[in-house]
Design a binder for this molecule. Structure first.
Ligand code: NAD
Length: 487
């Protein structure tokens, strides 16, 4: 059966929403209706609507970039419904999610997006726009003012190209209308995602109108959060399986694991849903989020990067294949235990050893076909977040850093865009062109990219020596043999 409102009650074998979707107000506008949003925030909200009779908090999805038009088309023809397929080693289950009750596509109607964000019923604008959607210069930690997208939005070109152009335009309307700002809730994988959103939006606003910037700074809220649920890209065979196993014809289901975690700072300026009822760990301050965040980014995401680049070069296709290779498994386990764990905070009730073991189990799930190109994309936003901070801290501490450094070296090698068999592949990274050109110069040239690496790394002799050694080994012996030396 085709997935749409009319067919909902006829679907068997899947959980469906039974709340009256039309009667729920859209208190949240979410920018970036990708896989992760549809497996995470939208699922938590669906739980609230279904089980806790929440009335004001459904989601209006928004996409900003023209390339997102397939999502618009998929959602539109099925009344913004979609299926979340939860994959476990023991078997899968399927649940239709109804919490996205409207969807706006900015390239065809940017005014509607700004008006929706500015509407008094909107209390939260959340976002998953990927790390590169924040336009942070990693060297200065400022907004990339010279980036053509930011420059266009600062010049007021429409439709806007960045989330900050839209957030700012909507904030101005609320300011002029005497409303409160909405809470800006980043759900992207970045340390201090709320603080970064705040800083970038304020820098943007400062250039446009300092008065509005001050108003946002004094009245706005930007909660930090740690988000976790592995969500691979959806493939055609996922759709076929959904139709065969569960009888649902869905243009774009989302595939995810059973595990889900969200640690959210309780900092909202215009109300929030009772997220804790749906299992969200709502915590009182940034410090608490940071502790969980460090553990997650430096273990899960760093391991993903360490498996991704070296694994891709070594000829693997999926994460579960990489972690099933005893050499990679040992390398990842030892990197976590020996190089990352000593840097992590202790949280009462949280065992980092258990966390590492659970991670290995999650990575090993063969039903979650998580492809390495997804893990490898956008490295310019990931490596400076997930790997380099641990290296920088180990430099300071005089501690071990060779396995982490191998991950950076594998990324450098990967950025050449040529695999170990001499086959060219396409890099998926907003800085692809620049980084590929520099990577092909060879050696340590990439370290000179100032927007990615700080002087603390560039000038450290021990790190530079380790990096050189790892690069040489990748070159002469290949990825798998090199990883074997680093277990
Ligand atoms: P996706 O490719 O499915 O979706 C990306 C979304 O971001 C799309 O809606 C796209 O239109 C939008 N987008 C991309 N670049 C943008 C930009 N510059 N400005 C505005 N919008 C932009 O990817 P996903 O799996 O949904 O991941 C999105 C983000 O979610 C990740 O970058 C990460 O920060 C976070 N996340 C993902 C996972 C996961 O396992 N997939 C887990 C935790 C966190």
């Amino acid at each position: 059966l085709k997935l749409n409102s009319q067919n909902l009650s006829k679907l068997k074998n899947v959980t469906v929403p039974t709340y009256q979707r039309k009667n729920v107000k859209q208190g949240i506008v979410h920018v970036g209706v990708g896989g992760f949003h549809r497996a995470h925030l939208a699922v938590y909200v669906d739980t609230l609507l279904e089980q806790f009779n929440v009335k004001d908090w459904s989601i209006c999805g928004v996409d900003l970039l023209p390339f997102a038009s397939p999502m618009r088309d998929a959602l539109r023809k099925q009344d913004n419904l979609y299926t979340a397929i939860e994959c476990a080693t023991e078997g899968s289950s399927a649940r239709v999610i109804g919490s996205i009750t409207d969807y706006l596509f900015a390239p065809e109607n940017c005014e509607a997006v700004i008006a929706k964000m500015a509407h008094p019923d909107t209390h939260i604008v959340s976002m998953t726009v990927t790390e590169s959607g924040y336009y942070v210069n990693e060297n200065t930690h400022e907004l990339m003012y010279d980036h053509p997208d930011i420059a266009a939005d600062l010049a007021g070109e429409m439709p806007g190209r960045t989330v900050f152009g839209y957030l700012y335009a909507a904030m101005v309307r609320r300011y002029e209308a005497g409303l409160r700002p909405f809470t800006v809730m980043s759900c992207d994988n970045m340390q201090k995602n709320g603080d970064i959103s705040r800083k970038m939006l304020l820098e943007f606003a400062q250039r446009k109108n300092p008065e509005v910037a001050t108003w946002i700074a004094e009245n706005g809220a930007f909660p930090n959060s740690m988000v976790d649920r592995i969500t691979p890209r959806t493939h055609d065979d996922d759709k076929v399986k959904l139709a065969d196993q569960f009888g649902v014809e869905d243009a774009w289901p989302v595939v995810t694991e059973t595990f889900s975690q969200w640690v959210l700072e309780d900092k909202f300026v215009d109300g929030r849903p009772p997220f804790e009822k749906a299992g969200v760990q709502v915590v009182p301050n940034t410090h608490k989020v940071e502790e969980y965040e460090l553990i997650k980014l430096r273990l899960l995401n760093a391991s993903h990067s360490a498996m991704g680049y070296a694994g891709y070069l070594g000829g693997f296709k999926y994460i579960h294949e990489v972690i099933s290779d005893p050499i990679f498994r040992q390398y990842i386990f030892n990197m976590m235990q020996e190089e990352v764990k000593p840097l992590l905070p202790e949280i009462p009730g949280v065992s980092v050893d258990d966390y590492c073991n659970t991670l290995i189990g999650r990575f090993s799930n063969p039903t979650l076909k998580d492809e390495l190109p997804r893990i490898c994309l956008g490295g310019s936003g990931k490596i400076p977040q997930f790997i380099m901070p641990s290296i920088a801290e180990q430099i300071q501490a005089g501690g071990p850093l060779r396995r982490l450094t191998l991950c950076a070296a594998a990324w450098f090698r990967y950025l050449r865009g040529i695999d170990e068999n001499g086959q060219a592949f396409k890099l998926d990274d907003p800085m692809a062109e620049e980084l590929q050109a520099v990577a092909r110069e060879g050696g340590l040239s990439l370290l000179q990219v100032k927007s990615l690496f700080g002087d603390d790394l560039r000038n450290d002799k021990r790190f530079v020596a380790e990096l050189t050694k790892a690069l040489e080994s990748l070159e002469s012996e290949g990825a798998r043999a090199t990883v074997a030396k680093y277990t």
